[in-house]
Design a binder for this molecule. Structure first.
Ligand SMILES: [Zn+2]
Length: 113
């Protein structure tokens, strides 16, 4: 359920843009999401559709690109992408891994009239 807070963030951000640029209808929001964030774009879209009733964002679609993050092994220093391992380093099998926190969450672009 942690998508709710981030959806409110997106909604407020896009709303500011709507007011500033006098937009009539926002059709699509493009997001860039780090894979370490574990947000489900479909849930963000569902929340947005509920929040946006009666606003310029009503019926808005969400398009999300996932940005792959790196994991670093604290023992052997290997760097690898998250999908390459399960819980252990693929090189030395250590579980002493440095996982990046969720820092990548960007409203990349919006399509509007
Ligand atoms: Zn390692």
């Amino acid at each position: 359920m942690h998508e709710l807070a981030v959806t409110e963030y997106v909604f407020n951000l896009v709303n500011k843009s709507v007011e500033k640029n006098h937009l009539e209808k926002v059709e699509k929001i493009h997001l860039l999401i780090g894979d370490q964030c574990d947000y489900v774009p479909q849930i963000i879209e569902e929340y947005l559709q509920v929040m946006s009733e009666g606003t310029a964002l009503e019926g808005v679609k969400v398009d999300a690109r996932i940005k792959e993050s790196k994991v670093i092994c604290k023992d052997c220093g290997a760097e690898f992408s998250r999908h390459e391992f399960d819980r252990n380093c693929p090189k030395c099998h250590s579980d002493n891994l440095k996982l990046n926190r969720c820092t990548d969450f960007i409203v990349d672009n919006i399509e509007a009239k």
